[in-house]
Design a protein around this ligand. Sequence first.
Ligand SMILES: CC(C)(COP(=O)(O)OP(=O)(O)OC[C@H]1O[C@@H](n2cnc3c(N)ncnc32)[C@H](O)[C@@H]1OP(=O)(O)O)[C@@H](O)C(=O)NCCC(=O)NCCS
Length: 161
Amino acid sequence: MPEFSIRLAREKDLPALSRFAAPIMASLKFYNEESTKKNIKEISQKELKGSLKWNRNNVIMAVANDGKIIGLGMHYLSSGHVDWLEWLLIDKNFRRKGLGRALVNYAIRNAKMRGGHKVWCDSNPRNKPAVKFFTGMGFRKVGILKKHDFCQDEILWEKQI
Ligand SMILES: CC(C)(COP(=O)(O)OP(=O)(O)OC[C@H]1O[C@@H](n2cnc3c(N)ncnc32)[C@H](O)[C@@H]1OP(=O)(O)O)[C@@H](O)C(=O)NCCC(=O)NCCS
């Protein structure tokens, strides 16, 4: 039996999702202070609610068999059918178990069902696990955006789906 399941988040999940995500976000050392503040705000209950209101498919969660939240993914399909992967956060104790891969594949299936033909995202160049992860998932490194958000470099990734 799999150790976890993946499903769309509902409004009642948002307080717990936000409590799950905030410490992970705060622990990411790749980002500067200003950017970390913005990132934590982005996964606040209010912002997550806004994402769900926009489209009920936008927030995906992974839940362990005991009910504990262990993963969060956010994505947005544009009117041009391109899906932006916003955040992917896995509980430290559940990494390297295929959870990130499963969440991204769920988002891709979800986007494809709604007409998406491509997925894209960014990651911090210092985030080596993320670089390995997106390369392994078949994303193409488009290039590096120099001094991007909050003056930090970002790798831009894309994948046809
Ligand atoms: C990056 C992250 C999402 C990966 O999630 P995960 O559930 O651990 O990834 P998976 O188990 O699905 O790994 C899939 C593949 O990615 C690669 N990979 C993932 N983490 C890796 C690591 N730390 N080192 C090397 N390769 C890694 C491997 O090829 C792995 O396959 P394998 O385990 O069979 O070798 C996770 O480390 C995380 O939440 N990090 C903190 C938040 C973050 O940086 N998010 C990404 C930017 S938004």
